[in-house]
Design a protein around this ligand. Structure first.
Ligand code: PLP
Length: 395
């Protein structure tokens, strides 16, 4: 791939947002309450660890199948059929190093230089590098901010050109916490089919939905299996972020292309952790339900406490581990406010600006990375911070 030098500079890794801003304070040993990073604070359930240790002790230590262990893929295909409504065969699963790798492999396999990829904004920033590494061009289409960041089909249609190749969506959505309805997904499906586009669906939060919300895989809608790369991972639902394990589910016609990238990239995923993954999907899902129930308790705490602060409006997220409060009434750029909050309270929240300009005036507040008592402490500090409005007037 030949890029001009400035293009390579433009494509430098995107920052890690407020985590990066907080690093000097962490280096000084200051105890920060982290509500910016999106990692679960639960331990991986014991039975998953045990199965993995056993696999190692049983000698599952040699090269394996490039797509992933067959028994594991059989279990994943079964799960994809029963839970997600995808007509997947074991040969239509590629096990990857987390969802990050699933997205990378998909972008490298499916995007040609010059292809345009539409990201729904507020977007998941890590998609940008992957599209650009494949030589693609990121085009953003705003979600409907005035309507709780619903999908706006007209905004997508207005961004279509003859170079559009793919629409990428995250559902449940990071950073907004929306769980897209069937009707919203159908509007994307209609566009994809009318214009013969691919869809990349990041469904890493599939299990983390609250109240009556239901997660729907866009690939389960009529005509979408043929054009969708669906990405799942063990990262959030099973608290296995450090294990690095996810998978792509896609029509068999795409598998050779995906395999060509992943084989040359990592050969295949570590074989004994796949045994832990197999047990995770085939054993009881009670551990997931328990974690989601604790996430909901934390969500309610954060939403209630933020809404009690004068000037903040925080709808309850329908899924994920993120609240997305509107802080625009303070009239201060979100990043300035987040930096001041960090310095004054040692609570780290993410600035909406990290997710594109549509998210300006918002914070993303993760309630999944700290235990309940620490979140309570963070909310006490934020309440005190905003009670002193003179402190909030920064920038
Ligand atoms: C939307 C989304 N996709 C992907 C990831 C990364 O997943 P993984 O750790 O499995 O690579 C995250 C992590 O926060 C995420 O929020």
């Amino acid at each position: 791939m030949k890029w001009p030098a400035d293009r390579i500079l433009d494509s430098s890794p995107k920052s890690f947002g407020m985590y990066e801003v907080a690093m000097p304070l962490m280096a000084q040993g200051i105890d920060l309450i982290h509500m910016e990073v999106g990692r679960p604070d639960f331990d991986t359930p014991a039975h998953i660890k045990e199965a993995t240790k056993k696999a190692l002790d049983d000698g599952l230590v040699h090269y394996g199948d490039f797509l992933g262990n067959l028994e594991f893929r059989e279990a994943l295909a079964d799960k994809a059929r029963k839970t997600n409504g995808l007509p997947a065969a074991p040969g239509e699963i590629l096990v990857t190093n987390g969802l990050t790798h699933a997205a990378y492999v998909t972008c490298m396999a499916a995007i040609d230089p010059g292809d345009e990829v539409i990201l729904l904004e507020p977007y998941y920033p890590q998609h940008i590098n992957k599209v650009e590494l494949a030589g693609g061009v990121v085009i953003t289409a705003a979600l409907d901010r005035a309507n709780g960041f619903r999908i706006d089909a007209n905004a997508i249609r207005s961004k279509l050109t003859d170079k559009t190749r793919m629409i990428a969506l995250v559902n449940p959505a990071n950073p907004t916490g929306r769980v897209f309805s069937r009707e919203e997904l159908q509007s994307v499906a209609d566009i994809a089919q009318e214009h013969d586009l691919l869809v990349m669906a990041d469904e890493v939060y599939e299990q983390i939905v609250y109240d009556d919300n239901v997660h729907t895989s866009i690939a389960s809608l009529d005509g979408m299996w043929e054009r969708t790369f669906t990405h799942f991972a063990f990262t959030k639902g099973y608290a296995m972020d450090g294990w690095r394990m996810g998978y792509v589910v896609a029509n068999e016609k795409f598998i050779d292309g995906l395999l060509k990238v992943s084989m040359n990239d990592v050969a295949h995923v570590n074989v004994f952790i796949q045994e832990g993954g197999r047990v995770a999907v085939t054993d009881s899902q009670q551990c997931v339900l328990d974690m989601v129930s604790e996430d909901k308790r934390r969500r309610d705490l954060v939403v209630n406490r933020l809404n009690a602060i004068d000037g903040i409006r925080c709808p309850a997220p329908e899924g994920t581990i993120y609240a997305f409060p509107d802080i625009s009434s303070f009239g201060v750029p979100a990043t300035d406010l987040a930096v001041d909050i960090l310095n004054q309270t040692h609570v780290v929240v993410e600035s909406g600006g990290f997710y594109g300009k549509t998210a300006e005036g918002h914070f993303r507040v993760c309630f999944g990375a700290e235990p309940y008592a620490r979140i309570e402490e963070a909310m006490d500090r934020l309440e005190a911070y905003f009670a002193d409005r003179s402190v909030a007037k920064v920038g």
